[in-house]
Design a protein around this ligand. Structure first.
Ligand code: F6R
Length: 614
């Protein structure tokens, strides 16, 4: 949530910062701003409500010179999204400007103290207290900018990634983080800072991921210096970050979401590369090799995640319990961290997160570690906080996901969970050879089957036109396809703003059936698996109440064609792999309904991609 970007070097900062903000807009897009320090030592701050394009328009005829600058795209937490609350925020003297991603929990106390000292606040944000506090401490202690930032941060409770520039230190950016991501890119006599690698990677591959409570002191013409809040110097660990710029563009698609839906076959292949060996019928996950005893010895698995990642965690539960015979609990990270949970040394916790930055999941990981659990991360964003906080893990390798609604990450997460469950089951001797080999062989066929599903895009677009004006939707599934129903409903509500509920199909008669009438669209995942007949009965119950059934059926299923109003045929696969096939039509349905309604598919209202606040 909120994207921050900064530059110091020889070039004009403005175009780099604007481009960077556009790359980070998925993190928040309710207002944007920029601060530039020009050669006359003037600190110009421009801010607007709305998207980065508004800021660009606003700054068109302004002085946008300066080889040092910071910029921000906001997802509001404290204070409504307007120009005043947009970042950067000035200090009282207007000598210092600051951008921030995170939440300052004790801002009210700090603000009260500073107000009593005669400092005037301009905005309703929590952020402004940091810049006011920095300036206050700078003056009170007659100290330097770095020390003032360290001191100020030691008073702050909460999460932050900040960057500060100061007219009295025109060759310096000070940046720091705690629980919100921050990366520094090292170029040739120039430095970049950002919330993630995407705005930096076209200028340099050399990056330093800043750790919690570390401060980066970035001075023109000097090496990057990293210190902690007590001023102990830390050697920067420079990493080579490989990111294909093409993955950050729409590549001819109208929206990132559509591009990412269509990327899924290739993503899954990438995810399996070097891990699934068809010739030898085997699966190799390095984490399982390195931590074999810990994982094989697990008495219980606890899967922690939020949103879509929680849905893939549910599929993980079915997989681990079926094939590894290990009891599994799947919990919302936000619930887990605030209840008196029972976690111990014999538990393996699996944290699932696309961004690797979700605040609740990260906090739950830390908590589980404190209690002695072994923690395995399943993440997409390389170098993000969760993979760094976990003992081991597997990246899903699906490439950057930019559309706010998660699509290809879900498929990647499910694929890793399948591979992990199979490899673990094999190590425990808990799976029959027949099942093991059959699933591996079928897994390898999934990309081709996904391509077949994607060929139905036009048909699904036509179907979407019929349901554009529905006010509610129900999604039903059973077994492995129950989480798919939840995911289908989530996709629809987040991008089309239609109210949608996912249920286990049999649960419907315990309440939700009361909602069914001839205006209620009911999406039923009714593929030919062990629960097929049961789902057909559930569908009959909907039909009897005149619900309008959209059924996802196995290719060639004639029986359901007589019951459902509309059918989408998908290739048959093994039951445990069905989510990889059946989720795609639901993603497409949600996408096309949102497009028909004229909604902003990639940046739905109120949402942001990376939920770095709890
Ligand atoms: C839904 C969606 C969210 C995320 C959730 C967790 O389309 O994108 O529900 O799945 O915020 O995010 P990660 O996976 O980054 O931890």
């Amino acid at each position: 949530m909120c994207g921050i970007v900064g530059y110091i070097g020889k070039r004009n900062a403005y175009p780099i910062l604007i481009k960077g903000l556009k790359r980070l807009e998925y993190r928040g897009y309710d207002s944007a701003g920029i601060a530039l320090l020009n050669s006359k030592n003037e600190l110009n701050v421009y801010k607007t409500k709305g998207k980065v394009s508004n800021l660009e328009h606003f700054a068109k005829d302004k002085d946008c010179n300066g080889t040092i600058g910071i910029a921000h795209t906001r997802w509001a937490t404290h204070g409504e999204p307007n120009q005043i609350n947009a970042h950067p925020h000035y200090s009282e003297s207007k000598n210092i400007a600051l951008i921030h991603n995170g939440i300052i929990e004790n801002y009210a106390d700090l603000k009260e103290n500073l107000t009593r000292k005669g400092i005037h606040f301009q905005s309703n944000t929590d952020t402004e207290v940091i810049v006011q506090l920095i300036e206050y401490l700078l003056q009170k202690n007659d100290t330097d900018l770095l020390t003032a930032v360290q001191l100020a941060l030691s008073h702050v409770v909460g999460a932050y990634a900040i960057a500060v520039i100061d007219r009295n230190n025109p060759d310096v950016i000070v940046a720091a983080r705690k629980s919100s991501p921050l990366v520094v890119g090292i170029g040739d006599d120039e430095f970049f800072i950002a919330s993630d690698a995407s705005p930096i990677v076209e200028y340099t591959k050399k990056m330093v991921f800043i750790d919690n409570e570390e401060v980066a002191y970035i001075k023109r013409g000097e090496e990057l210096k990293i210190v902690n809040l007590n001023n102990v110097e830390i050697k920067p660990e420079i990493e080579e970050v490989m990111l294909d710029i093409g993955q950050l563009e729409k590549g001819g698609y109208e929206h990132f979401m559509l591009k990412e839906i269509f990327e899924q076959p290739a993503c899954i292949e990438n995810c399996m590369k070097g891990r699934v060996n068809i010739a030898h019928d085997s699966i190799k996950l390095s984490a399982l090799i390195d931590f074999h005893d810990k994982l094989v010895g697990a008495k219980r698995i606890i899967i922690l995640a939020c949103g879509t990642s929680w849905h893939s965690g549910m599929i993980g539960k079915y997989l681990f319990e079926t094939y590894c015979k290990i009891p599994v609990e799947v919990e919302y990270a936000s619930e887990f961290r605030y209840r008196s949970n029972v976690v111990g040394e014999n538990d393996v916790v699996i944290a699932v997160s696309q961004s690797g930055e979700t605040a609740d999941t990260l906090a739950a990981v830390e908590l589980a570690k404190e209690k002695g659990a072994f923690v395995y991360g399943i993440c997409n964003s390389v170098g993000s906080s969760i993979p760094r906080a976990t003992h081991t893990g597997s990246y899903i390798h699906v490439g950057p996901e930019i559309g706010v609604a998660s699509t290809k990450a879900f498929s990647g997460q499910v694929t890793v969970l399948v591979m992990l469950a199979l490899a673990l089951a094999k190590s425990k001797n808990a799976i029959s050879d027949k099942d093991y080999f059959e699933i591996i062989a079928e897994l390898a066929k999934i990309p081709e089957k996904m391509k077949k599903v994607l060929q139905m895009n036009e048909k699904i677009a036509d179907l979407a036109k019929i349901f554009t004006y529905a006010h509610n939707f129900i999604y039903l599934g059973r077994g492995y396809c129950f989480p798919v129903a939840l995911e289908g409903a989530l996709k629809l509500k987040e991008i089309s703003y239609i109210h949608a509920e996912g249920y286990p199909a049999a649960e419907m008669k315990h309440g939700p059936i009361a909602l069914i009438d001839d205006e209620m669209p009911v999406v039923v995942i009714a593929t030919q698996n062990a629960l097929y007949e049961k789902v057909v009965s559930n569908m009959q119950e909907v039909k009897a109440r005149k619900g309008r059934i959209i059924a996802l059926i196995s290719e060639g299923d004639e029986k359901i064609k007589d019951i459902a109003n509309f059918c989408i045929e998908v290739p048959q696969t093994l039951e445990c792999l069905e989510p990889l096939i059946t989720t795609i039509p639901l993603q497409l349905l949600a996408y096309h309904i949102a497009v028909c309604k004229g909604k902003n598919v990639d940046q739905p209202r109120n949402l942001a991609k990376s939920v770095t606040v709890e």
